[in-house]
Design a protein around this ligand. Structure first.
Ligand SMILES: [Zn+2]
Length: 318
């Protein structure tokens, strides 16, 4: 019985959700979940770039004496300043005067970084994409809605098509971005040749008919495993994406382009995953994912990579 209670607690742990990034001049909502009966919540604004009062406004409003918001389960924060930095909030849970839980929230306030990219169809009779690159631009608003949580926006247009080589596709027209050599996963020659065509300082998304991966047997009794992939993103270069991919898959591959790794690679059921990782975009299997969110570290990493891409772009323009 005790074990069961502990499990229930772990699944329903006190937490505070919200985006790790707030663009200058915009608002975002933060909400606390799994608050025990009779407990009260205090949000304390501990720090903000350039000073709390000039950096943010909240709803409900924070007390000007101690920068606290008491009782609210959800708060709305609006950015007022133009200094980039981190807003720090500590959220305490109290019952009968005793602290029973606490969470710290870090939210970067700053400018939105805008990255340019192109959708480029790969033409090939066996494995080329069948749709037009223009149709893919319709996925971009949804991709940007997801990436707003990191303050990154993608401006994608339809770019010139690429002539696919026969060697890029197997007999059934499938594109294999990864191969296994003696059990070790590595980039395939096909994906290296394709991604070599990307433009510097710009993200190219190459569309193929079918992205596929075959993991060889690691020994007697270990089966060959075949996967349909939504795509394969490579840091600071671009991605090969299956023409059936959804906006959230494209958003996920762009996460790889911006330096993030998959989460839960060894989990083959949703229960194998850490609950918080199931609320992240980089959760490796779409159907395990509850929400396409980001952790603070992921926001920091992707913004650093985005700034490197923008730097390459501006030095190429000179
Ligand atoms: Zn992935």
């Amino acid at each position: 019985m005790l074990a069961l209670l502990l499990c229930l607690q772990a699944a329903d742990e006190f937490r505070v959700d919200g985006p790790p990034f707030l663009p200058f001049g915009e608002s975002a909502e933060f909400a606390a979940f799994a608050i025990p009966e009779g407990a009260t919540l205090t949000w304390r604004l501990a720090d903000a770039p350039g000073g709390i009062a000039s950096a943010v406004r909240t709803s409900p409003a924070f007390s000007e004496q101690d920068f606290c918001i008491r009782g609210a389960r959800t708060i709305r924060v609006t950015s007022l300043g133009t200094t980039e930095g981190d807003l720090r909030v500590s959220v305490a849970l109290e019952r009968r005067g005793a602290r029973i839980g606490a969470r710290n929230l870090t939210v970067r306030i700053g400018p939105v970084l805008r990255l340019e990219g192109r959708f480029r169809t790969v033409e090939h009779p066996r494995g080329g994409a069948r749709g037009a690159a223009e149709a893919w631009t319709e996925l971009v608003p949804e991709v940007n809605r997801i990436w707003k949580a990191c303050g990154i926006e993608f401006a994608f247009s339809a770019g010139e098509a690429v002539k696919g080589r026969d060697s890029w596709f197997d007999g059934r027209g499938r594109f294999h971005p990864v191969i296994f050599r003696r059990g070790v996963r590595e980039r395939s020659p096909a994906v290296n040749e394709l991604l070599a065509l990307h433009g510097p300082g710009r993200i190219d998304v190459f569309l193929v008919r079918e992205c596929f991966m075959v993991r060889e047997s690691r020994g007697l009794g270990d089966p060959v495993v075949e996967y349909n992939l939504a795509g394969w993103g490579i840091q600071e270069e671009g991605a090969a994406v299956d023409e059936d991919a959804l906006a959230v898959d494209l958003a996920h591959e762009l996460g790889h382009v911006l330096g993030l790794d998959d989460l839960g690679l060894n989990a083959w059921t949703p229960q194998d995953m850490i609950p918080a990782e199931r609320r992240r975009l980089m959760c490796h299997i779409r159907k395990f994912r509850e929400a396409p969110g980001f952790a603070v570290d992921e926001m920091k990493e992707t913004r650093e990579v985005a700034r490197r891409i923008l730097k390459v772009r501006s030095s190429n323009r000179k």
